[in-house]
Every structure is written in structure tokens, then in C-alpha cells.
Design a protein around this ligand. Structure first.
Ligand SMILES: [Zn+2]
Ligand SMILES: [Zn+2]
Length: 164
């Protein structure tokens, strides 16, 4: 969605906004599916010639755990906090979004906040135990039938070597 900020460019004021964004095309290995659109809400404040956009993005997701591969639901929220600049200002600053033809591209701002806010590591729970490297059993469900490491032939061999 493009938001017209012409009034804010003329003087001090506050412009509230809310929008929904279809996340189709925003594919990440850790996201199994989206359960809701990206919902953003907040306001743009104009003060002393500076336009500041603040708000929040919320989305409901099914993620894939990086450690055990299990799907888990997640309600995610990311904060929006950015400065808007008109076309004549510094275009090189990645934290600044440009106002073009009196409009800001809310979709771009929301998408950027979402992508930057996604954790690099997606875990079904902070202490996820992962899967057994031998049988693939999800260790969050309890121990598997594999024998503990101490009983392995290598552990016995290690003991024999130490006794020598
Ligand atoms: Zn996990
Ligand atoms: Zn196992």
C-alpha cells in the first residue's frame, strides 16, 4: 500500500496507518506456511521537518524447527521504527525510506522490518533436544531405543586402550 504523506510534508502532525500485506513470495526455509497476512499498524509523525514512522507488524506463522525439523506455531511481532526522507536526501542510507511523489511505500517498509526481524535460528522451543543422530527419533518426545554412548564398542575400546 502507498500512503500519501503530503500533509505531513507541509507541517507538523500525526498520520495513523494500518495495512495488511499478502506474504506470498516471502519464502524462508524456516517458514512452513503463513497463517495470516502481515498486519501492520502505527503512525507517522512529522516534527521539525523530520518524518518518523513507528508501529508494529504482526503475523501468525507455522515455522520449521532448525534443530528437530518439527513444525510449530508462532505468533510473531516486529517493531517498525524508521525515518522517511524526501527524494533529495541521502539515498545511500539503508535505514531511510524515501518519500516519492508525496507517497511512502508501506509494503516495502513492512516487508523489510519483517525480513530483518526474523530470527536467524528458528527453534520449536529454546531447549529443543533435536533428533537422535542414529535413528532420527525426536528427543523432545523422550529418549529413543538406541543404546547410550557409554555402551558403544568405541567406548569399550577406549577403556581397553587406557588400561594398556
Ligand atoms: Zn525442535
Ligand atoms: Zn536413537
Amino acid at each position: 500500500m502507498r500512503l500519501n504523506v503530503q500533509e505531513l510534508l507541509r507541517g507538523d502532525g500525526v498520520l495513523p496507518f494500518s495495512c495488511e500485506l499478502d506474504p506470498a513470495g516471502l519464502d524462508f526455509p524456516s517458514i512452513a506456511r503463513y497463517r495470516s497476512p502481515l498486519r501492520a499498524a502505527g503512525s507517522i509523525r512529522s516534527q521539525a521537518g523530520l518524518l518518523e514512522l513507528r508501529g508494529e507488524v504482526r503475523v501468525s506463522l507455522d515455522c520449521l524447527c532448525d534443530r528437530c525439523g518439527r513444525e510449530y506455531g508462532r505468533e510473531a511481532a516486529f517493531s517498525l521504527d524508521t525515518v522517511l526522507a524526501d527524494e533529495h536526501q541521502d539515498e545511500e542510507d539503508p535505514d531511510v525510506f524515501l518519500v516519492q511523489d508525496d507517497c511512502v511505500d508501506l509494503d516495502e517498509i513492512v516487508t523489510t522490518a519483517f525480513v530483518l526481524g526474523l530470527d536467524s535460528k528458528a527453534l520449536c522451543r529454546p531447549d529443543c533436544k533435536g533428533v537422535c543422530p542414529r535413528c532420527g527419533h525426536n528427543l523432545n518426545d523422550g529418549p529413543c531405543a538406541c543404546r547410550p554412548e557409554a555402551d558403544s564398542p568405541f567406548a569399550v575400546l577406549g577403556q581397553l586402550l587406557e588400561e594398556d
